[in-house]
Design a protein around this ligand. Structure first.
Ligand code: CTP
Length: 412
């Protein structure tokens, strides 16, 4: 993300919303309204393709102002529209098409949206919406990498239904308006680069313990918490390795992502990456047991009950804690009862610097949700309840605490 120009989200902050051509363009008025509700000044540009999906009137009504279009760009005026529209604190390109990504990555300025983007000095957030095959194409991914390297931020695309005429589901669906507005607000906060030069390893998602080639033991972890930590660490300047079990989230750009399935694979990948790490965050929901013997062939059903013989998996956090060195080690715990006592005991036993405790029974938090409500627990039992906030905000606070621990250990 661009750093020096980030502004605070005071009532005077302004945001440019560029709407690209996709079915998801119809969500633009909702985004515009949500930004205005935050007292942000809002400007909007619609590409010609966007106007095939949504009317100028819907956009101008939601923005409470005129819509910048190519048609108005060259109308006689004392100021250049692409320069006045670029004078904002942040820009968001939503229902961002492959064409817009390519134009921006190529530095093109042949329409109002692209010319304005070249002049925006604040952070830019891309919210892509396109067919999965297009999104995954090397050309699009190359453009995303390029923009990321310039500090542009990305939200989504998500897995879900998209497009028309039975294109079905897959990665490519645009993020929801409330998430777009929340991310814009985050971008308007001043950015710390306090993790520059540090190596951060994050584990995420569930593990799968196969019983035979087609059956496994697992859990519903979505990986969202770990991905949020990896993305936050990346944005704060860290060199990040994310080791993740099977989840539907795409690899975060700018993060070295390792995909694994079983706890044994997770262990090998995390232990290798942790060798020269400064901070290790274990958000993975590791299966505590695996099949003692994994059948090489699919097991046919038999009459009557079946007993599965399970054997314990290695405890990765415990193993890392036993040879911790100068590393900051952070664990997670999910408890249904006696949470603080159990989490504090876990932190002590595993030699973690602190543990974030969450509760699977709380609505809207933990497994699968976008928010989390956690309690920070230190080994001695001292603890601090955090409010329910986005997983990204939990990640921010977690890394703040990790930095405090690192500084206390190695004063700079
Ligand atoms: N963890 C791990 N390896 C395992 C199990 C858990 O590294 N085999 C990590 C998790 O990533 C998490 C922390 O340990 O950071 C706590 O996991 P949890 O399953 O709650 O702890 P357990 O020690 O397995 O305790 P319990 O007795 O409650 O199962």
């Amino acid at each position: 993300m661009t750093d020096a120009t980030a502004a605070t989200s005071s009532p005077t902050s302004s945001v440019l919303v560029i709407v690209g051509g996709s079915m998801a363009a119809v969500k633009a008025p909702s985004v515009l309204r949500r930004l205005r509700e935050q007292d942000l000044g809002v400007r909007v540009i619609a590409t010609p393709a966007a106007l095939a999906f949504i009317t100028e009137l819907s956009l101008s009504t939601a923005a409470d102002g005129p819509v910048g279009t190519d048609q108005h760009w060259f109308e006689a005026r004392p100021d250049a529209l692409h320069l006045t529209h670029a004078r904002v604190d942040a820009a968001v390109v939503m229902s961002a098409s492959a064409e817009l990504l390519a134009g921006a990555a190529g530095g093109h300025a042949n329409d109002l949206a692209l010319a304005t983007l070249l002049s925006v000095r604040g952070p830019v957030l891309w919210v892509p919406a396109m067919n999965e095959a297009m999104w995954r194409s090397p050309a699009v991914q190359g453009n995303v990498e390029r923009l990321r390297a310039w500090g542009h931020a990305f939200l989504g695309p998500e897995v879900g239904a998209f497009g028309t005429r039975g294109e079905g589901t897959g990665t490519g669906r645009m993020a929801e308006p409330e998430d777009i507005a929340a991310r814009v607000l985050e971008l308007l906060r001043p950015v710390k680069r306090d993790l520059a030069g540090l190596r951060v390893v994050v584990s995420a998602g569930p593990t799968r313990e196969y019983l035979d080639p087609v059956r496994f033991i697992s859990n519903p972890s979505s990986g969202k918490m770990g991905f949020a930590v990896a993305e936050e660490a990346r944005d704060r300047g860290a060199d990040v390795t994310l080791v993740t079990g099977p989840v539907t989230l795409s690899d975060p750009p700018g993060v070295s992502t390792v995909r694994i399935e079983s706890a044994l694979e997770l262990r090998d990948a995390v232990v290798a990456a942790a060798q020269d790490a400064d901070i290790v965050v274990m958000t993975a929901a590791v299966a505590d047991y695996r099949a003692a013997t994994q059948a090489g062939e699919k097991q046919a059903k038999v009459a009557g009950d079946v007993t599965i013989h399970l054997t314990p998996n290695p405890d990765i956090l415990l193993e890392l804690g036993a040879a911790k060195g100068q590393r900051v080690l952070v664990g997670f715990a999910m408890e249904t009862h006696a949470g603080v006592e159990r989490a504090a005991a876990k932190a002590t036993r595993k030699n973690a610097d602190f543990i974030l405790l969450n509760y699977p029974t709380r609505e809207g938090t933990a497994f699968g949700g976008d928010d989390n409500q956690v309690t920070l627990v230190w080994p001695g039992g001292r603890h601090e309840d955090w409010p329910r906030v986005s997983k990204r905000e939990v990640a921010r606070r977690l890394l703040d605490e990790a930095v405090r621990v690192a500084h206390a250990r190695q004063p700079v």
